[in-house]
Design a protein around this ligand. Structure first.
Ligand code: UDP
Ligand code: MG
Length: 308
């Protein structure tokens, strides 16, 4: 079996040579044959591209560099890399060596032994800032409450996937792809492998707060239309209060304890409030469906068909 390794890079000049050497070594220790290591330079402003170019000369045919015209973001960089994978298997890994390349051996064994289509890295510990750890933990748990595709907790994009999954991923043409949601969405057999996530080897994280929030939003919005359903819940609450108030105000009215006009005023306000939110909820439903429709995800993915 052969394998491609997709590595998105944004200012990773120091890590690129090291990750290459480590993979060249590790692959020799497995039964795998290297198709190509695919570096996607996502608008780096350091010498990443020069490093990639010189590696292509050093390891003829085994390194492919793809340079994007500017920074398009991690997820888009990975998607671009996947489009160049013409191999049985593909490993997606960050350039910064936070995920150990050496785990490939175990991942491959697991994939083979359990006949899985994907083995994803599940972080049992990670050396990141407290803020990053806590927000990431919260994110995965809230995501699964809201989304119709469940994603494994504490798994990033570090995963070994087979060609079936790659082909299905690259057929999608989503504007803001959220890979760690899309891979589980494709189905097939996906199993975890636990590992400790270490510190970034060199350079700085390109995920600032803004990028992290964007990724969170992309994930939430492309896998859930819960936010659009909020109007519907407000409408229900408003109707419930309306009902209580109608009973209360009518009661006050008949016992003569009200200022003239108050009863009707309250009821009219709540009534129209409920209607308004009801209409917004209808809009939300349609908008949600239009959103799903324009993404054009296939309705099903066929895993196998019998042959005669
Ligand atoms: N990356 C990228 N484009 C970006 C940001 C990051 O290609 O706009 C790459 C980066 O080079 C690394 C991976 O995506 O290989 C993960 O990024 P980073 O390590 O900065 O994120 P963190 O691990 O801090 O979440
Ligand atoms: Mg990192």
């Amino acid at each position: 079996m052969n394998i491609s390794i997709v590595i998105p890079c944004h200012n990773e000049e120091k890590n690129i040579p090291e990750i290459t050497e480590r993979f060249m070594k590790i692959i020799k220790e497995t039964d795998l044959e290297l198709y190509k290591i695919i570096f996607v330079d996502d608008g780096s402003t350091d010498h990443s591209w020069q490093e990639i170019s010189s590696l292509t000369k050093k390891f003829k045919n085994k390194i492919l560099g793809v340079k994007l015209s500017r920074n398009f973001g991690h997820q888009n960089a990975v998607m671009t890399g996947l489009k160049f994978c013409k191999s049985d298997l593909t490993l997606i890994i960050d350039a910064d060596l936070q995920d150990p390349p050496e785990l490939l051996k175990e991942m491959f064994d697991k994939l083979k032994n359990e006949k899985a289509n994907c083995v994803y890295g599940k972080r049992i510990s990670r050396k990141d800032t407290f803020f990053k750890k806590i927000t990431a933990k919260m994110f995965y748990r809230i995501f699964n409450k809201l989304s119709y595709t469940k994603i494994p907790l504490d798994a990033g994009d570090f995963r070994l996937i087979d060609n079936k999954i790659v082909q299905n991923l690259i057929k999608l043409n989503e504007t803001d792809p959220f890979i760690r949601g899309l891979v589980p969405w494709t189905g097939f057999k996906q199993i975890p492998i636990e590992y400790d996530r270490s510190e970034r080897k060199s350079g700085e994280s390109s995920y600032d707060l803004k990028k992290m929030l964007n990724l969170t939003l992309d994930g939430m919005l492309s896998f859930s239309n819960f936010p659009l359903k909020i109007s519907y819940y407000i409408c229900l609450i408003s109707l419930f209060i309306l009902f209580l108030l109608v009973v209360y105000t009518l009661n006050s009215f008949f016992s003569g304890q009200t200022v003239p006009g108050w009863t009707s005023l309250i009821i009219v306000i709540l009534f129209f409030n409920s209607i308004l939110f009801f209409i917004l909820a209808i809009f939300g439903e349609y908008l949600g469906r239009i959103f799903l429709e324009i993404k054009k995800r296939p309705n099903v993915i066929i895993s196998e068909v019998t042959e005669d």
